[in-house]
Design a protein around this ligand. Structure first.
Ligand SMILES: NC(=O)c1ccc[n+]([C@@H]2O[C@H](COP(=O)([O-])OP(=O)(O)OC[C@H]3O[C@@H](n4cnc5c(N)ncnc54)[C@H](OP(=O)(O)O)[C@@H]3O)[C@@H](O)[C@H]2O)c1
Length: 240
């Protein structure tokens, strides 16, 4: 039996990926902070879904993860979709700190817990939705872009560490462009906005093919390559 844990399954891409895993025969453990959303999701297939309320910014989150893994009988795939992000042109420090606590500290706490579990239990696959926002520092979203760069680098480091320790852990770093989810709700209009079902199907395929890094979709992949080539003396003057 294939078993997956999805953190951040109460909405957006995490919820869509959970649906695809379920349709493909996986037993899933889903987690996030909103218990009502998780409970409603469990009703889709009570025999193959367990849920746990987890806030990744809290110290007990790794223990909650282990309890969830126990309840589904193991973990072959750890899919990390939790995250927050806001435009913050006025540099409200509270927003910046919360973003670092969730996307930086919370991410590290949970990815480490999954890595250590897999290191002690014969390996597995860790997939994480980071973003193309980590390619360069973005003026309108400083902590968001910085934490996404952190996530890209951290996954790369753990991949090397797993190889050094001869662990059978594989990684997929998923980097979508703009996706129409609650994270982007608000008055701002985003260009090249993608549908969440379309993006999630692409993510699912990349994870099943065990791709190391996957930019979604091809248009964003071209844009990401162009961005990374922009010299710093031009980038710092761009009006994004
Ligand atoms: N939308 C985009 O354009 C876009 C583009 C690139 C990358 N991403 C990334 O994709 C990931 C998923 O975002 P989404 O677009 O699908 O947005 P979303 O619908 O807002 O989903 C975010 C998920 O993260 C969970 N979450 C937030 N804070 C949490 C916490 N402290 N503890 C546990 N779970 C928490 C939320 O659940 P609860 O609120 O119930 O806890 C929710 O399930 C994020 O990492 C985001 O940065 C998004």
């Amino acid at each position: 039996m294939k078993r997956a844990v999805v953190i951040g399954a109460s909405s957006g891409m995490g919820m869509e990926i959970s649906k695809l895993l379920l349709a493909d025969g996986w037993t899933i453990g889903i987690a996030a902070r909103r218990a009502d959303k998780l409970m409603a999701f469990k009703e889709l297939n009570p025999d193959r879904i367990e849920f746990e309320t987890i806030d990744v910014t809290t110290d007990d989150a790794p223990d909650c993860l282990l309890s969830l893994i126990d309840r589904i009988g193991g973990m072959d795939l750890f899919f990390y979709a939790s995250g927050i992000g806001k435009q913050n042109r006025n540099l409200d420090t509270d927003i910046e700190i919360k973003t670092v606590a969730t996307n930086g500290l919370g991410f590290t706490r949970m990815i480490d817990a999954a890595f250590n579990y897999m290191a002690n239990n014969g390996g597995g696959h860790i997939a994480c939705i980071s973003s193309i926002a980590g390619i360069k520092g973005l003026g309108p979203a400083p902590s968001y872009s910085a934490t996404k760069a952190f996530q890209n680098c951290y996954i790369q480091a753990l991949e090397q560490l797993a190889n050094q320790r001869h662990l059978s852990i594989t990684f997929t770093d998923i980097r979508p462009g703009f996706v129409d989810t609650a994270l982007l709700s608000g008055a701002h209009k985003y260009p090249m906005l993608m549908n969440v079902e379309y993006v999630s199907r692409k993510i699912y395929s990349a994870v099943m093919r065990q791709k190391h890094i996957c930019v979604i979709d091809w248009r964003w992949s071209i844009l990401a390559r162009l961005w990374s080539c922009v010299p710093n003396f031009i980038w710092r003057k761009l009006n994004l």
